[in-house]
Design a protein around this ligand. Structure first.
Ligand SMILES: [Zn+2]
Length: 257
C-alpha cells in the first residue's frame, strides 16, 4: 500500500535532516548519510520484489473460503495446458489461468477450451515483458489494455484480476491498476515449479498446501503437468478441498466488493 512507500520516504528525509544538523561538522557525516540511504533502498527493493509486503498496492494472498485455489501462469501452452485441463476436469477442479495475451493469439483454440471448461481468467499482460517493472505508467496501462482487447472476442466479462509478470510491483504499476480498478492476486504457496526436480516439487506442494491457500503454478512447464494429478490426490487425502467454479465465482465477487 502506498502509505508504506510514503512513510519510508518521510523517515529517510527526516532522519537525514536530523543527521545533517547534528553531525554537520563530524568526519562521519557521509557514513551516516550512506547508512540512511541504504536503509531506504533496502526497504524499497523489498517493496518492489515481494508482493507480500503490499508496499505499493493491496494484494490478495488467500481465498476467503477454505477451498484451495490453483493458479496457472504464463499459458496457454499448446501441449501442456491441455494435459493440465484434462487432470482438472477429471477431478472437478476449476483454476485461475493468468494467461499471456500474445500466447492467446498464438493458441486461441486452447484459450477457448480453458473458458469452455469454466475456469477463471486473469490478466497477466499482453507480452509478459521481463522489463515490465521498468515501463512507464502509460506503457504499463497499454500492456494491461492490449490484453483485455485480445481476449474480448472470447470472453464477455473483462477480467478484474491481475498478476504482474515476475511478481514485481512499483508506483507506476499501482497507478495503472488503480485507474482500472483491478486487483492483484498473489499466492500463499509458491511452488518454485521452474526447478525441474519433480519429487521436490510434489513434496513442497503437498507440505505447504493448507485450507484457503492460493497456489502459484505454471501451465507451460512439463514438470508441473507431470506431477499435478499426484499432487491433487495427495492433497485430497490430507483433507484439502480444491475450488470449483462456484467457489471461484464467490471469491471474485467477494474481492470486487
Ligand atoms: Zn508470468
Amino acid at each position: 500500500m502506498k502509505w508504506k512507500h510514503r512513510l519510508n520516504i518521510l523517515v529517510a528525509l527526516s532522519t537525514l535532516l536530523i543527521v545533517l544538523v547534528v553531525f554537520w561538522n563530524s568526519p562521519y557525516l557521509w557514513l551516516w548519510i550512506a547508512y540512511i540511504f541504504s536503509n531506504f533502498l533496502l526497504i524499497l527493493v523489498f517493496g518492489i520484489v515481494f508482493l507480500r509486503f503490499q508496499y505499493f498496492y493491496p494484494t490478495i494472498f488467500r481465498n476467503i473460503g477454505k477451498e484451495v485455489i490453483l493458479t496457472f501462469d504464463d499459458g496457454p501452452d499448446p501441449e501442456l495446458t491441455p494435459r493440465i485441463l484434462d487432470v482438472l476436469k477429471k477431478h472437478g477442479i476449476h483454476a485461475i489461468f493468468f494467461v499471456i495475451g500474445r500466447k492467446v493469439q498464438e493458441h486461441p483454440e486452447i484459450f477457448q477450451r480453458i473458458i469452455a471448461e469454466g475456469h477463471t481468467i486473469g490478466n497477466h499482460t499482453q507480452n509478459h515483458s521481463l522489463f515490465f517493472a521498468m515501463l512507464n505508467t502509460e506503457k504499463v496501462g497499454k500492456e494491461i489494455d492490449s490484453f483485455s482487447e485480445t481476449i474480448k472476442p472470447f470472453l464477455s466479462e473483462k477480467p478484474t484480476i491481475f498478476r504482474p509478470p515476475i511478481g514485481y510491483t512499483n508506483p507506476k504499476i499501482a497507478r495503472a491498476l488503480k485507474r482500472r480498478r483491478m486487483k492483484i492476486i498473489a499466492w500463499s504457496v509458491r511452488s518454485y515449479d521452474s526447478f525441474k526436480n519433480k519429487e521436490a516439487l510434489l513434496d513442497r506442494l503437498v507440505k505447504y498446501t493448507r485450507n484457503s491457500s492460493i497456489v502459484l503454478l505454471h501451465d507451460n512447464l512439463v514438470q508441473t503437468a507431470d506431477i499435478l494429478e499426484e499432487y491433487i490426490l495427495q492433497a485430497k487425502a490430507n483433507g484439502i478441498i480444491f475450488a470449483n467454479q462456484e467457489h471461484l465465482k464467490k471469491f471474485i465477487h467477494e474481492i470486487n466488493k
